[in-house]
Design a protein around this ligand. Structure first.
Ligand SMILES: Cc1cc2nc3c(=O)[nH]c(=O)nc-3n(C[C@H](O)[C@H](O)[C@H](O)COP(=O)(O)O)c2cc1C
Length: 216
């Protein structure tokens, strides 16, 4: 691996959903740096609901691939990251998070007190959307990891095609209603050079001030 890293723009441009991987391992130092970058992703209230499982053993890869309609990227890549969320994890971790925010100097005590006062009501007021809100955080973390990996020469493939109950069973969260699965993300060296499949014209997807009516 060269030590030359891509810029953010280059990583965004070069990332392609990669369907075949070499099984070369990700060196531990690179992995360590990727995990550190990934963990720097932001989250709503800084509540950090994302729980990531790195699937590395062949037995676990086989179970995970079976839960994902047999998608073979999962078997080939050295690591598939399973992004899940602990929907109510903030109830356990809020004190710690607020204390760290204050002691780091980032947050005045008053701001931390305001969060303690308001965040629980906001979260509970979300009702069923609390899951969706946590999944937004997980997707931001997954995207952070995909681009960080790309910047270091490692490819990825966002994967939505799986059965949630089977993925949860594979990672040891069977029947746990507090855990939701957001995404699978195999990462490794690419074994092919996928082409860019193109995008809709910006005139169809980017607007100023208001959406067109009707928006399609
Ligand atoms: C949330 C999400 C889920 C996806 N799920 C799958 C999947 O299950 N299997 C797969 O092969 N590709 C999957 N893709 C890849 C898309 O097909 C791909 O991103 C799209 O065709 C654009 O290609 P590009 O990523 O190379 O730019 C997914 C992409 C996203 C963003």
């Amino acid at each position: 691996m060269s030590t030359h890293e891509l810029t953010t723009s280059q990583a965004i441009r070069q990332r392609r959903s990669t369907k075949t991987f070499k099984n070369d391992p990700i060196p531990e130092a690179v992995l360590h740096e990727l995990l550190s970058l990934m963990q720097d992703a932001p989250s709503s209230w800084n509540f950090q609901p994302t729980r990531v499982v790195m699937v590395r053993s062949m037995a676990q890869k086989e179970a995970l691939a079976a839960a994902a309609w047999g998608q073979k990227q999962i078997l080939e890549a050295p690591i598939t990251f399973v992004f899940t969320v602990s929907i109510r994890g903030w109830e356990t971790h809020m004190d710690d998070i607020l204390k760290t925010g204050v002691s780091s100097g980032a947050w005045p005590q008053k701001f931390a007190d305001w969060i303690r006062e308001n965040a629980p009501g906001f979260q509970k007021g979300l009702g069923e959307k609390e899951r969706e809100y946590a999944i937004k955080d997980a997707m931001i973390m997954a995207t952070t990891l995909a681009l960080a990996a790309q910047s270091k020469g490692y490819s990825s493939c966002y994967i939505n095609g799986w059965d949630e109950a089977k993925v949860k069973e594979t990672i040891g969260a069977e029947g746990d209603k507090n855990i939701a699965v957001a995404l699978l993300l195999p990462i490794g060296l690419p074994n092919s050079e996928p082409k860019h499949p193109g995008r809709l014209s910006p005139a169809k997807t980017i607007f100023t001030d208001r959406l067109p009516s009707p928006a399609v």
